[in-house]
Design a binder for this molecule. Structure first.
Ligand code: COA
Length: 352
């Protein structure tokens, strides 16, 4: 590592400007999903061309996942899931498509998995579309009684994909990112999140809309919106001060300093902290408990708990979205994004 890189890593460790390690060599090319920390997928993984189908062992069960070339929020997630025989037929055809979001249904639990480890599960517009479709599908399917949201053992998500944001900035409230935030904020069924590793930006703010949140002892939360020249989203400018207290929220939202699982527990962002290897299993046990309960009573209880904030959350999201879109075009944001990709410290001194 060069001297300047080493210096940068020292003064910015844990933040978005954290120095990159030598993993570059182990990434992408020839990588398979069996490299995934949960061992969930065993498919060859290159970002743009992947086999049309694949088998995956998930929590001891055989799960088949097939995805169309791109996700469309209007298509229910189950449309992407196919019976085994069709999977075999499809597997003969190589088509460009995305498996960055995986969904599975099992015993009343609908699981949504962020599956883009080579980019630290950074979320693109397509992925937001897939997440929205999955939430809608889970909300509407009568047999689904709980929804799990999981990442990988070493990363939940690096938040918004900054390259995708530069290439396709959200232009309205109907953009995929904002649709996803609206959908998750009013999901009718209980959402159970399992979080390990970094949960950056939306990786942290989406948790404010989940009902049970289990964090691995390696979880690291951060809200670097101001650092990126942006503003908070997901109504976090409203919900975080309410949850943490104003000053503690200001420290997180203004300075963007990361915080660990114990602090997140103490501040009420997560329900419990567990060893990283036990998080998904524990979340699943809790989801199983929800499945066994009277579903209508569970939904009504959630609705009642959320009722008083629904309108405030909706209007705060609109305000934040408007500001967010403006900020995204700002020279500060451009500088911050460029600095991230050029692996250097941003210089905001020339902006007022
Ligand atoms: N958008 C786009 N690409 C991202 C990304 C993001 N938010 N986060 C990571 N990546 C990419 C990196 O550019 C890198 O790609 P490359 O291998 O082609 O160079 C790859 O994912 C691995 O990331 P890297 O930074 O090398 O991993 P790390 O383990 O050193 O650090 C993080 C992990 C999550 C701490 C760090 O990537 C990070 O801070 N990301 C940015 C988070 C952010 O600002 N999100 C926006 C919130 S609104």
């Amino acid at each position: 590592m060069s001297k300047s890189r080493a210096k940068l890593s020292k003064c910015c460790s844990g933040s978005i400007f954290q120095s990159k390690r030598s993993r570059r060599t182990e990434k992408s090319v020839g990588r398979t999903f069996s490299d995934s920390p949960h061992g969930i997928c065993n498919m060859p993984c290159s970002r743009h061309t992947r086999p049309a189908a694949g088998g995956a062992i998930l929590w001891g069960r055989l799960v088949i996942a097939v995805r169309a070339p791109t996700y469309c929020p209007r298509i229910p997630a189950t449309v992407y899931d196919r019976p085994v025989w069709l999977t075999w037929i499809n597997s003969a055809i190589e088509v460009p498509h995305s498996m960055d979001i995986l969904t599975t249904r099992e015993g009343g639990i609908f699981t949504i998995e962020l599956n883009r480890p080579q980019k630290k599960n950074a979320i693109t517009a397509d992925m937001y579309g897939a997440l929205t479709a999955a939430l809608i599908e889970a909300g509407e399917a009568p047999a689904v009684r709980a929804v799990m949201i999981v990442g990988k053992r070493d990363v939940f998500t690096a938040g918004n994909d900054l390259q995708d944001f530069m290439d396709h900035p959200p232009s309205s409230d109907d953009s995929p990112v904002f649709r996803f935030l609206r959908e998750i904020s009013r999901a009718p069924k209980p959402l159970v999140a399992a979080v390990c590793g970094p949960a950056v930006g939306v990786g942290t703010t989406m948790l404010l809309h989940c009902d049970l949140v289990y964090a691995g002892d390696n979880a690291r939360f951060s809200l670097p919106f101001a650092q990126l020249g942006l503003v908070p989203e997901a109504a976090s400018s409203l919900l975080l001060p309410e949850l943490f207290g104003y000053q503690r929220a200001a420290e997180r939202l203004l300075l963007g300093e990361p915080f660990g699982a114990d602090e997140a527990l103490q501040m009420g962002l997560v329900s419990a902290v567990l060893p990283a290897d036990a998080v998904v299993g524990h979340a699943r046990l809790q989801a199983d408990k929800l499945v066994a309960l009277p579903a209508a009573a569970v939904r009504a209880t959630k609705r009642l708990m959320k009722q008083s904030r629904i309108e405030a959350i909706g209007s705060r999201m609109l305000l934040e979205g408007e500001e967010f879109r403006e900020r995204l075009k700002s020279p500060e944001a451009r500088e911050a994004f460029a600095a991230f990709f050029e692996r250097r410290r941003p210089d905001f001194s020339r902006f007022d």
